[in-house]
Design a protein around this ligand. Structure first.
Ligand code: NAP
Length: 270
């Protein structure tokens, strides 16, 4: 049994590779950049044969560019199970018209249509999204929040990896979609308060208008993505996320809190 882990530089993939190694399982790390066991660029189908050779399971990042070729070549190589890092965005009623949700949905559809067993992990928001605030925090500036009361369900990358480990190593729970959330629905303002408390770094939040935020982000986020994000935050403003117990059911331990994530990453903020 050889497990191919794509996106090896990703936070979830790194945790998962360590967990599988600890258990003495045979893994092959794959990245689009050099440094992993093999090059596998999900945007370049010519890299698939070498990466898939001899693999029996795959941990896959969601990139729709060549997913049909990937699935076909995986079946030919003898892959029996693919675990996809998808997103709960696929569950939105308008997922087909939202670019980010649709890219995950297209990959899910290709997997469900194939003869290979698929398990799709659908996390909500990664706690690690808070890393986007590091530069602002380190420079002592306030964090601009267009919707301070917008809720997310921050999930620790280690919990997503623990779930991936569980479904890769237990046939009885694989082959299904799972919606994964953190243990609490927290507003952005609440997350910032937790970060300040856990890291001991004073952090100020500043409410801004949509237009002010878009202007601030213009050099980093294209306008259509900025609008998509703002619309999403507006839709979750004051609305707690519906939580699932999937992490605990699948791993046997409660999902890690945002405070735990902040403690694990305190060095990134100071
Ligand atoms: N951030 C969230 O809130 C959230 C929520 C739900 C789902 N997700 C999904 O989780 C995934 C990881 O998100 P993240 O923000 O945590 O990023 P991340 O830890 O930085 O991981 C992203 C990884 O994806 C891999 N990747 C990107 N393009 C690739 C390609 N062409 N071929 C192979 N691998 C490629 C990269 O690995 P290599 O450079 O090693 O190839 C990269 O390390 C994304 O697919 C995202 O949509 C994120």
């Amino acid at each position: 049994m050889t497990i191919l882990i794509t996106g090896a530089r990703g936070a979830v993939a790194k945790h998962l590779a360590a967990l599988l190694r600890e258990r003495g399982l045979d893994i092959r790390t794959a990245s689009k950049s050099p440094g992993a066991d093999v090059v596998c660029d999900l945007g370049d189908a010519s890299t698939f044969p070498a990466a898939l050779k001899g693999a029996t399971s795959v941990f896959l990042y969601a990139d729709p560019a060549h997913i049909d070729a990937f699935v076909k070549q995986a079946a030919e190589a003898g892959v029996e199970h693919i675990v996809l890092l998808s997103s709960s965005a696929v569950l939105a009623p308008d997922a087909e018209s939202q670019p980010l949700a649709k890219s995950h949905l297209d990959v899910e559809h290709a997997l469900w249509a194939s003869s290979i067993k698929a398990t799709t992990l659908r996390p909500g928001s990664f706690a690690s999204n808070a890393l986007s605030w590091t530069w602002t925090i380190k420079s002592g500036k306030p964090i601009s929040l267009p919707y301070p009361g917008s809720h997310t369900d921050p999930i620790h990358e280690a919990d997503v990896a623990d779930v991936a480990l569980a479904v890769l190593t237990n046939n009885e729970i694989s082959g299904k979609p799972y919606t994964l959330t953190g243990p609490q629905s927290l507003t952005f303002a609440e997350q910032i308060a937790v970060l300040a408390e856990v890291t001991g770094v004073p952090i100020e939040a500043r409410p801004v208008t949509r237009e002010e935020w878009k202007a601030e982000m213009a050099d980093y986020i294209p306008a259509q993505f900025a609008d998509g994000l703002l619309d999403w935050w507006q839709s979750t403003d004051g609305r707690p996320v519906q939580l699932t117990d999937a992490v605990e059911r699948l791993t046997g331990h409660p999902a890690r809190t945002f405070a735990t994530w902040a403690a694990d990453h305190a060095g990134d903020f100071s």
